[in-house]
Design a protein around this ligand. Structure first.
Ligand code: BGC
Length: 755
């Protein structure tokens, strides 16, 4: 079918094209072929019906670790391979666009959809999502970067306004979107449900056109989140090209009528239609390339399961591994030990989140079965229920008895699907009390007790940390959860995951605590740029487990840090040595800060990272390039990112709180000159190379000592007293001795000299 140019389409055809045919298909009109989209994104949720009940009945597909789990791998190349596999599964079912990845920043640990998002940090988020999108799109299947933007809570999600200041918006909430768009060119971007600073995102011209198109140069399609559009005409005018799903049979005609009446511009419609035609072309090319390359009937289900296993093993974080008695650290367990496997999640694992991303796996490895197959003697006890009925004495007694009789106890704890899902936020980060009590009771009879956690959002772990010597954090690991955990527990795999989100000591310590969730449909992002570890570090708050933390069954040493300013950033070289007995992977992290910065900043931010695999005793020099752009702050005076010149403190280490080596490197920076006006302060004017000396001179003659004497009498320095006054006010401060014209001439000369 030939695609007609948008201008050749009738108005009705154009209007029709800008909304879906149903839940999963765009419309076909005027020679533009329909496109098939599908949910996921950590698996393909393929269903041919719109019925909500179909959420749980999609066709089987490989369930990879959801973003909260996969992010813990800190491995963008692995995310890329997962993307490739997802692309293949999509192509097998003729799906043109997979609706993901979700890349919103985890602003509060209570965010109900945090399991679908990667991290509290934009750089890590962008790196993982870029790998994923590139992998997916290499198979001729488009991504949909979602949910754009500042959609960080579920409460009142279709009305609440995220009230965010420009720095936080640019530096935290838009940064990963900008990066992925520039580095991976996703076919589509999904605009979110919420409002941003009062304006519905689907109708937000600033976001969808000014930022996305004009500033970032994005030329793909903007699709609405499902049901996010309230006013079709306003959405098209703002830059939302496609309203999904179908807004009803009359909607196209209504939009066409609005265009005829002049309420919607035909040029706006043309733009949207051109993007739909472009998406349709990409989809057709993707299908054609696939058909010529891969004529076979299906994908290799076993190979994809093996990849799901690999991704899961890489995503497990060893939070704690204390020695018990004289036998050294509890983990790894030995296959010859007898194990008490306790907790319902051992038999019925929790491995993905709930809501639109829920997929039907091709199979599920249960931890209990995997451990039973690999370890010597295994006894199982449920230990607790997840029906909310509280502690069950008989179940606790059974678990305690099993633990007492075994060499080691493995507790599978976590959150049930009912406790976290799309659609609502959590109200607590506590593990259910009965699980903490069970852990204490089990550890009291068996000191070699390991806790294994399954959950989408962060948990408060202080009570658990206090009673068990070892904790493995599985977050959500996808369908290979059981075999992956068993392999880590028994040492076949050396854990290498790192936390992508801070584990706070208390929810009260977290950045958004006082401003979450929304109230009367507004949520104030009062913490500004201080999200996640940025907040904890700036406030010097203790954390339970730091961002970037993760242990291994080996240890790593750092030496020989060298730093150099390079063309567009900083090159950090460091030698990492595996100082332990097992092969392992270290995730080398680079953090950068600018002491004495002219703008508010956290002490340090993640500026680069690299996983490195090392044999026992092996050393390797690792080079990490920090992109200058990642050090930039958003300067609201000039509305752009600015790299501040100065001496940056660069630290390299194993987590945001385990910094092994530190150095300094000086960057020239961009330099920002704000033209001087009558509203520039005396201090700003004094700092100017041309105006400064003249103002200084004028001060000494004009003040005639009187103001200085008065300031001294007050015990302050004159500049501290009046330095923040606009220079224009000198007219009145000088009693008219300095005229407005004189100041204007001075400022004009300074501005002209600055060019
Ligand atoms: C979710 C999206 C999803 C869409 C389609 C919405 O409710 O927010 O993430 O892709 O539904 O199911």
């Amino acid at each position: 079918m030939t695609v007609t140019e948008p201008t050749a389409l009738t108005l009705d055809e154009k209007a029709a094209l800008t909304s879906g045919a149903n839940f999963w298909w765009t419309k076909e009109a005027g020679g533009v072929a329909a496109v098939r989209v599908s949910d996921g994104p950590h698996g393909l949720r393929w269903t041919d019906t719109d019925a909500p009940s179909a959420v749980a009945r999609s066709a089987p597909s490989t369930c990879f670790p959801p973003a909260a789990g996969l992010a813990q791998s800190w491995d963008p190349a692995l995310a890329g391979r997962v993307g490739v596999a997802l692309g293949r599964e999509c192509r097998m079912r003729n799906v043109d666009v997979l609706l993901g990845p979700g890349i919103n920043i985890k602003r509060s640990p209570l965010g109900g959809r945090n399991f679908e998002y990667f991290s509290e940090d934009p750089l890590l988020t962008a790196a993982m999502a870029t790998g994923w999108v590139r992998g997916l799109q290499s198979q001729g299947v488009g991504a949909s970067l979602k949910h754009f933007a500042a959609n960080n809570a579920e409460h009142d999600r279709m009305r609440a306004s995220s009230d965010v200041d420009p720095r936080a918006l640019r530096e935290i909430y838009l940064r990963a979107f900008q990066q992925v768009i520039q580095d991976a060119a996703p076919w589509t971007v999904m605009c979110s449900y919420n409002r941003l600073n009062g304006v519905l995102v689907s109708q937000n011209h600033f976001l969808l056109t000014q930022v996305l198109r004009e500033e970032w140069g994005y030329d793909g399609l903007v699709v609405s989140d499902w049901g996010a559009v309230a006013d079709r005409g306003a959405a098209v005018a703002a830059g939302c090209d496609l309203a999904m799903p179908s807004p009803g049979p009359d909607s196209g005609a209504e939009l066409a009528a609005a265009a005829r009446a002049g309420a919607v511009s035909e040029a706006d419609l043309d733009r949207a239609v051109a993007r739909l035609a472009d998406l349709s072309r990409k989809a057709a090319d993707g299908r054609a390339a696939w058909a010529s390359r891969e004529p076979g009937p299906g994908y290799d289900v076993d190979a994809h399961h093996a990849l799901a296993w690999e991704a899961a093993t890489r995503s497990v974080v060893l939070l704690k591994n204390d020695p018990v008695g004289d036998r050294g650290p509890v983990l790894p367990l030995s296959a010859s030990e007898s194990l008490a496997v306790i907790g319902v999640f051992a038999a019925t694992p929790r491995y993905q989140g709930g809501g639109s991303s829920h997929v039907t796996p091709t199979r599920v490895d249960s931890p209990l079965e995997a451990l039973t197959a690999q370890a010597g003697a295994v006894t199982y006890a449920a230990g607790f229920t997840v029906d909310g009925s509280g502690p069950d004495e008989a179940l606790v007694a059974g678990a305690v008895a099993a633990a007492r009789a075994a060499d080691a106890a493995v507790l599978f704890l976590g959150l049930d699907a009912k406790q976290e899902s799309e659609g609502f936020d959590r109200t607590t980060i506590d593990l259910p009390a009965e699980q903490v009590q069970l852990a204490a009771a089990v550890a009291a009879v068996n000191p070699r007790t390991v806790a294994v956690l399954s959950h989408g959002g962060v948990l408060r772990l202080a009570p658990l940390t206090a009673v068990v010597p070892a904790i493995l954090d599985g977050a959500l690991l996808g369908q290979a959860v059981g075999s992956a955990l068993a392999d880590v527990l028994l040492g076949a795999v050396n854990p290498s995951g790192r936390l992508a989100e801070t584990v706070p000591v208390r929810i009260e310590d977290t950045a958004a605590f006082l401003n979450f969730p929304s109230e009367h449909s507004h949520v104030r992002y009062g913490e500004g740029i201080y999200v996640g570890y940025r907040w904890h570090d700036a406030r010097d708050l203790p954390v339970e487990y730091a961002f970037g933390h993760g242990l291994a069954y080996t240890s790593f040493g750092y030496s020989g840090l060298s730093l150099a300013a390079v063309a567009d950033g900083i090159e950090a070289r460091v030698t990492v040595t595996n100082t332990g007995q097992r092969p392992g992977r270290e995730v080398v992290q680079v953090y950068a800060g600018l002491p004495g910065s002219s703008v508010a900043r956290p002490p340090r931010v993640l500026a680069g990272f690299a996983p490195v695999d090392l044999a026992p005793g092996q050393s390797q020099e690792v080079t990490i390039t920090v992109r200058q752009a990642d050090l930039a702050y958003w300067d609201r005076r000039v509305d752009r990112f600015v790299v501040e010149g100065g001496t940056y403190a660069v630290a390299v280490g194993a987590s945001s709180r385990d910094l092994r080596l530190t150095g300094h490197v000086t960057l020239t920076g961009d330099g920002v000159r704000i033209p001087l006006t009558l509203n520039s302060t005396i201090i700003e004017t004094l700092a100017d190379p041309v105006a400064g000396p003249l103002v200084k001179e004028a001060f000494s003659t004009l003040a005639g000592g009187g103001e200085q004497d008065a300031a001294e009498a007050l015990g302050v320095d004159l500049l501290s007293l009046i330095g923040s006054s606009p220079i224009g006010r000198m007219v009145s401060f000088s009693g008219g001795a300095v005229t407005r014209e004189q100041i204007e001439q001075l400022l004009a000369a300074a501005n002209a000299a600055a060019g």
